[in-house]
Design a protein around this ligand. Structure first.
Ligand SMILES: [Zn+2]
Ligand SMILES: [Zn+2]
Length: 129
């Protein structure tokens, strides 16, 4: 059974739907820290399973060195990180999300003040296997 999650940005003008979320976890890389202000809690979803239902014209893309970033140009909310084939969709925008974190990526780069408080698997850099 397909599970659909709805997300909305801070100003509410951008809305989207995600189908069949695969996993939820954190990326602690320095790019995500700069993009979000801390680590990025995200949901992995197939790019084909993400669609805007409102406000797509407000979405801007930042071409970062890895994984281009998409955000609301009106309120600045982080929307998703394009991993190529998969999207890493910011978890905090989906109020009905009921997955628990299952991974921490780029832990070698996490902020010194951040303490990981769950038992999810940790990877020094990208996930393997
Ligand atoms: Zn917005
Ligand atoms: Zn990251």
């Amino acid at each position: 059974m397909a599970k659909t999650l709805k997300g909305a940005c801070l100003c509410g003008r951008v809305e989207y739907e995600v189908e069949d979320p695969e996993a939820m976890g954190f990326c602690h890389c320095t790019r995500c820290q700069r993009w979000t202000g801390s680590s990025l809690a995200g949901v992995v979803v197939d790019a084909d399973h993400f669609r805007f239902t409102q406000g797509a014209d407000l979405v801007k893309r930042y071409e970062s060195e890895f994984a281009p970033r998409h955000f609301c140009s009106n309120c600045g909310s982080s929307l998703y990180d394009d991993l190529g084939g998969k999207y890493f969709v910011a978890a905090g925008l989906m109020r009905e999300l009921d997955l628990q974190p299952s991974f921490h990526l780029q832990v070698a780069f996490k902020a010194p003040w951040e303490t990981i408080g769950d038992d999810a698997q940790q990877f020094a850099e990208a996930a393997t296997a």
